[in-house]
Design a protein around this ligand. Sequence first.
Ligand SMILES: [Zn+2]
Length: 446
Amino acid sequence: MSLPCHVTRSFLLSLLFVSIATSASASASVFSEDEETQISHFQQYLRIRTAHPDPEYTSAASFLLSLADSIGLQTLTLEFVPNKPLLLLTWLGSDPSLPSILLNSHIDSVPAEPDKWVHPPFSATRDPATGHIYARGAQDDKCIAIQYLEAIRSLKKSGFTPLRSIHISLVPDEEIGGADGSMKFVQSEEFRKLNVGLVLDEGQASLSDEFRVFYADRLPWRMIVKATGSPGHGSRMYDGTAMERLMDCAEAIARFRDCQFDMVKAGIRPASEVISVNPVYMKAGTPSPSGFVMNMQPSEAEMGFDIRLPPTVHLEQLMERINKEWVPAYKNMSYTLIKTGPARDCNGKVLLTPANESNPWWPVFKQAVISSGNKLAKPEILSSTTDARFMRALGIPTFGFSPMASTPILLHDHNEFLKDEVFVKGIKVYESIISALSSFKLASSI
Ligand SMILES: [Zn+2]
């Protein structure tokens, strides 16, 4: 049947309207009342200013303790350093003698520059069009603290009982090295008593639809190179100046850096699996009232490098390279290496957690993520450093995992956000992970 032209046009227009209205509503997710409460808890936590240099730890602790109370978890506040509370929350298993699961998250965050943000960084503004929740700490790593808690709340509500105990540690000072937080915690009697079998700590967002998981952190080293040489007039060409020697060192390091970077650019290795060496400062010259004396070659020069090493790296080979190629002593150069943390665990093993069948926790974790309807990317080494290194140093298997797929990596960046939908989905993922890991019966020794 054919329709008159004007009828056809209005019919098509109405169809178009329906189609636009449908696609608009499809882009905004609809959440249940419980999910809206979960999102609201996340926003409340984000609004507490726990950014350095003056994190509001006390307010954060009382907020987190009240959430833990509302779930019925056991709580313990440890204070290894005054005014730096570390919260330990426990859901006791039916067999507390089994090695437990520890879910770790740091309370602090890096500072933010409010004028560079589209919404104030401690407002936790939720954009109604996109669902993005903007706040410092949204990805790094306040999301996981609330996801742990809400996943446990949901599991408890469903009547689930864990076999092994589940602990959550909420720790201060990760962003400034963890010396007054996780480092002291893992050395404490309280930690020892937890009999931790597996730790989950923070990971990073993933641009793809696969979650990322990290089995090691790179080792952070700092290298300060000092060169000395004969001073002289700026017009003279002569050998053995401090600057010339330092430039030789910088060139040798730049060549090495290029080789490492080329492997990343060619896709041969991920960035976290090469040695990165980046110059971070240079100090030389003779100061003058207007800047520096320009007609004088200085007798001393110094340069600082940030070095990050995959834990699998051959340390002896690297030391040989430093001594022979980068900073040879015969060239009147010396260096200081500052190694923040050990390269091996307490058993003398490389500081990493096997992400394969040799680790009985791994298949359980992996299957739990898949069972929740999600994908897991190939396990990676994390480019930077987290508190996980303290647990790995004790020989405790530790994975870095933050369930944020299809999300730009915005940790420490302006306009850090997490989409509400991604946050809520993460709670379901942890429900699957916690129930699987807490029910898992290990064969023997661990
Ligand atoms: Zn973090």
